[in-house]
Design a protein around this ligand. Structure first.
Ligand SMILES: NC(=O)c1ccc[n+]([C@@H]2O[C@H](COP(=O)([O-])OP(=O)(O)OC[C@H]3O[C@@H](n4cnc5c(N)ncnc54)[C@H](OP(=O)(O)O)[C@@H]3O)[C@@H](O)[C@H]2O)c1
Length: 277
């Protein structure tokens, strides 16, 4: 079994994840795993990086498929024994105008961005080494102020919120949409925003649950990045969008724990006013 340090990036065949892998290959003293749900897309990304002189390893990982996650977990356990850096980057967004009912958009988006990240983390957490760093990719849309209703904001930011309670809140969101009451109830009408707010809330819970370890769990807003997800309207290049993830993974002080780190690498107040930058 290799004793080398190991970094893992999910959803890394393109966009910000691909740039994170490139930057880690350049700077991280260890093995970098580029993972992707589609093996041929992943292998193509590896070839592209090889042409630039970078040599990450590839492993298939579909965070929506529990068998894929468990295969990956078992592979890492057998070959390396642990993970030092886990960057949960894979993400999903359906653009307006929606071609399907809002409730279906919400179900897919909450599953893809919240539930899959939650379950992948749960499967991989036993592999996290002492001093491991976990970076969950939220968004500017993941700031708590994106939720219109004060009562829901209070529930999402309750200091001792549990994963089960957070999941029940996501179920409430779906129910509220299904009954047509989502605006009146204070959820708004944007499932992507709610999914990214949930990732932030989940990050703070995960850090609390690991309080007796040296594992650091933080979430990030990469900024508005020129990728397929923004239909290439983002103002930052993917390499620029990767910077905050790499900063939190490699450069941030050990004291950075359970925080929300903005694209400019500053720690923001998640429950305060929307950051003015
Ligand atoms: N771009 C921005 O301005 C921006 C801003 C804030 C936050 N973010 C977040 O940053 C992350 C990366 O976004 P991006 O802009 O780089 O988007 P992107 O170019 O669309 O890339 C998304 C990546 O996630 C992968 N993915 C989706 N579902 C997956 C699954 N079930 N298992 C494994 N991989 C999966 C995609 O794989 P396929 O190629 O197979 O679909 C793709 O590799 C996302 O979490 C996004 O929400 C982006």
């Amino acid at each position: 079994m290799s004793e080398q340090h190991v970094a893992v990036v999910t959803g890394a065949n393109k966009g910000i994840g691909f740039s994170i892998v490139k930057s880690l290959c350049h700077r991280f003293n260890g093995i970098v795993y580029l993972t992707a749900r589609n093996a041929s897309k992943g292998e193509m990304a590896i070839s592209e990086l090889n042409k630039l002189g970078y040599y990450p390893l590839f492993h298939q990982l579909d965070i929506s498929d529990e068998h894929s996650v468990k295969r990956f977990r078992d592979y890492i356990a057998a070959n390396h024994g642990g993970i030092d850096i886990l960057i949960n980057n894979a993400g999903f967004q359906i653009f307006r105008p929606y071609k399907e009912p809002l409730v279906d958009v919400a179900l897919k988006t909450i599953r893809a961005n919240y539930r899959n990240l939650r379950d992948t983390f749960k499967d991989l957490v036993p592999l996290l080494r002492n001093d491991a760093r976990v970076i969950n990719t939220s968004s500017g849309f993941g700031h708590l102020s994106m939720v219109p209703g004060a009562k829901i904001r209070a529930a999402l930011s309750k200091p001792n919120l549990t994963v089960d309670e957070l999941t029940r809140l996501m179920d409430d969101f779906i129910r509220s949409i299904r009954s047509g009451n989502n605006i009146k109830d204070g959820w708004g009408d944007d499932p992507y925003k709610i999914s990214k707010v949930a990732i932030a809330a989940l990050t703070f819970i995960q850090q609390r649950e690991l309080i007796n370890t040296n594992v650091k769990v933080n979430c990030i807003n990469p900024g508005y990045v020129n990728t397929d997800m923004t239909r290439h309207m983002g103002v930052l290049t993917p390499d620029q969008g990767a910077e905050v993830a790499v900063y939190v993974a490699l450069d941030a002080p050990n004291s950075l724990k359970g925080s929300f780190v903005w694209a400019d690498k500053s720690v923001i107040d998640w429950t305060g006013p929307f950051p003015d930058k």
